[in-house]
Ligand binder design. Structure first.
Ligand code: GLY
Ligand code: MN
Ligand code: MN
Length: 435
């Protein structure tokens, strides 16, 4: 059994220890999603299912039993020479046990037959009430099947949501995950560098997007979300995804793009001038966002609360906008009034991991929770001054976001995305080397 498998086995054991006695957890992987008529989107496993199994094939269900002996059981596709000729390798039940460390594995086609026997006598059944699958209906069917037998009293009595228990495990990344996240960030960083180098006025936004698709695939990864490539005023559309405009000299280009490597996301935003040189007005706004990014990152340390980076970014941005005359008034009063939201409409970060907007609570009760080593957050302040803004004309059409992925360590924050240039000098220097 490989070392990776021990990691997944360890997670299953850890989860079982958190459950009530005489319980079971059932977690299904994602269903296929139709793209058009009879074609499907590329299959992606359910994140929680993958976290606990390392198993990437469709049509699979995990059953963990906490009574009387802990058991880990997989339902998966059975091997089939004909299907494998068309669609490729199937792991099958025998190899699922051998290679993935399950105690038992059954053909997924037998799940309606086997599951009632396996959950008979289990008091509490946990499952995800929010997952994309129809497990709820299946669980009711399996439970009813137990009720219909002479052992009616053995049907499960309680159904509980499992999400938070797994998500609180996922929010703290182990060493294996940290290494993958570092690599995911490095691949995305190198794609951002390639885009800066490739950029020429007159290109279309989608030509820059192709730099990301190429670099991600070249490293065995894929996109963790559709890339945002917005030139000029498009940079002010927060979730712009058309990526279809022609890039003009004098535009700033905002690119928010990250990859998914071995199932883990990176999420980076950089903003740079199409012609390689920032104008004075662009520099003024850029310096504020840069300073907000650095001030926020400094706050990503144990003991600080999750909202501290945002508060730091808001302070820097509010002060900067007052200095430039885009906001008028007393900085503290403007902060109290959330005046920054005219130009900085979103929050400064989110958890990052298997999902780009990763799981894990943001609050402890009513209060923002504290940072703990092993958490990974994005830090992504921005200023967006659209063409419709009331700001002085020289600032209109400037949208800037600077997003890094940051690991909480025992001491200083580790910026996983540090390989992409972020200062004005470093970006202009890199772009000056364009052929
Ligand atoms: N790319 C999505 C985000 O920054 O939240
Ligand atoms: Mn992003
Ligand atoms: Mn983000």
């Amino acid at each position: 059994m490989s070392k990776d498998i021990d990691i997944f086995l360890g997670r299953r054991k850890k989860l079982l220890k958190k459950l009530k006695s005489n319980s079971a957890v059932v977690i299904a992987t994602n269903p296929f999603q139709t793209r058009s008529r009879d074609t499907e989107f590329t299959f992606r496993p359910d994140s929680d299912f993958y976290y606990l199994t390392g198993f990437s094939e469709p049509n699979a269900v995990l059953l963990l039993i906490n009574s009387p002996q802990p058991q880990s059981i997989l339902f998966c596709k059975e091997r089939d020479a004909f299907k494998e000729m068309w669609d490729g390798n199937i792991t099958g039940t025998k190899r699922a046990k051998q290679n993935f460390g399950f105690d038992k594995a059954y053909d997924i086609n037998l799940i309606d037959q086997e599951m009632p026997n396996l959950i008979s006598g289990i008091y509490t059944v946990y499952y995800s009430m929010a997952a994309l699958n129809n497990l709820h209906d299946s669980l009711m069917r399996w439970s009813k099947a137990v009720s219909k037998t002479r052992y009616k009293s053995k049907a499960p009595k309680v159904f509980e949501d499992i999400d938070e228990t797994i998500h609180e495990m996922r929010i703290i990344k182990d060493n294996h995950e940290k290494d993958i996240m570092r690599k995911s960030a490095q691949i995305a960083a190198s794609a951002h560098i390639n885009a800066m180098k490739a950029c020429k006025p007159g290109m279309y936004e989608f030509e820059l997007e192709s730099e990301f698709l190429y670099e991600f695939k070249k490293h065995g990864s894929t996109v963790s979300y559709d890339s945002i490539v917005g030139a000029g005023n498009n940079a002010c559309v927060l979730h712009y995804r058309e990526n279809s405009s022609k890039i003009k000299s004098g535009d700033l280009i905002l690119i928010d793009a990250g990859c998914e490597y071995k199932m883990y996301a990176s999420d980076i935003t950089r903003t740079f001038p199409a012609n390689g040189k920032f104008t004075n007005a662009q520099k003024e706004i850029y310096e504020i966002v840069y300073e907000a990014n650095r001030a926020a990152i400094k706050k990503v340390v144990p003991g600080n609360i999750w909202s501290d980076p945002h508060d730091a970014a808001v302070r820097v941005i509010t002060r900067g906008l007052v200095e430039l005359g885009l906001l008028k008034g007393n900085v503290n009063q403007l902060i109290k009034n959330n005046a920054h939201t005219e130009y900085f409409m979103h929050k400064t970060g989110h958890w990052l991991g298997i999902d780009v907007h990763d799981v894990g609570r943001y609050l402890d009760g009513e209060k923002p929770r504290k940072f703990i080593p092993g958490m990974i957050t994005t830090i992504e302040p921005g200023i967006y001054i659209s063409n419709n803004s009331r700001a002085p004309k020289k600032y209109r059409g400037i949208g800037i976001r600077l997003e890094d992925d940051v690991l909480v360590t025992k001491s200083k924050p580790e910026i996983l995305t540090k390989d992409v240039p972020i200062t004005i000098n470093a970006i202009e220097h890199l772009m000056a080397s364009n052929p």
